[in-house]
Design a protein around this ligand. Sequence first.
Ligand SMILES: NCc1[nH]cc(CCC(=O)O)c1CC(=O)O
Length: 325
Amino acid sequence: MSKTIRIGSRTSKLAVVQAEIVAATLKAQFPDYNFEIVTKTTLGDNVQNKALYSFGGKSLWTSELEELLVSTEPESIDMIVHSLKDVPTNLPDEFKIGAILDRADPRDVLVVRSDLVYKSLSELPPDSVIGTSSVRRTAQLRRRYPQFQFKVVRGNINTRLAKLEDPEQGYTCLILAAAGLLRIDLGDKITQYLSSPDVLYAVGQGALGVEINKGDEFTQTLLDKVRDMPTTLVCTAERSLSNKLESGCSVPLGVQSIISPDSVVTIEACITSVDGKEVATGKLRRTVKTEEEAEAFGEDLAQLLISQGAGTILEKINYDKLSEN
Ligand SMILES: NCc1[nH]cc(CCC(=O)O)c1CC(=O)O
């Protein structure tokens, strides 16, 4: 009997599609192995009505699956496929990211309710209600479009789209990640792709991250064959920036990155105050060929942002969070 590798995934359609991408990529390299997808509901999936950031971290999307990763029981798994943007930059000590692969379009998009004619943010009427639970999206949009209102929307992509179409909910539009919509064949919902200076995306957005046990050299060997190196370099730089700024998911850090065929990385980044009134921006361009160079790139970009006032904006955010508790 040939060896079976078990790939853990959350239960949402997007999570399963992403796990299937990794399974297919591995199967192409290792046709003699079986790759099986194991799904599990996480706490995050069950918390639909509170803003994510009130739960103090992203591990609520990963803990139940990590339990299966360390388990020695038959139901244990060998790896977990994540949207890289949902993976905290500081993983618990026993785990690591074994590989980063396949970045789909990393941009955020505008999805306007289907009975409305508006084609872009600039066409939306002043009292429009923007559905998003992301402080990053809200802060950046408040800065550029202070006339809009913002309303939290939770749930997986299909749940959010259903809420958008329900007139009782009062949303004019949603802001979502292009990657998620494209991967589950809902690209036709996209009204406008957003980019700088409107909205910069989340660190790691659109890329897949595979989490494994730190000591699991066998699974690491498999993943070494499927890593996407340009994506790895760019996302390592983005995650290093985020880590240096100590920004979790609750911090309005946006990035827009490119890597040229000859490995020149350009990252534009911004930290925006929650009210949208202050912003610190920075842009760095440099040849990056190793993960160490990518780490250093992120640290230098963090320094640049701090010199532009990012520290003051972050201190204010941390202070406000403390006083909420
Ligand atoms: N916030 C949840 C989340 N995590 C990953 C994606 C989409 C896929 C990706 O960004 O890789 C989404 C949905 C969204 O932000 O619209």
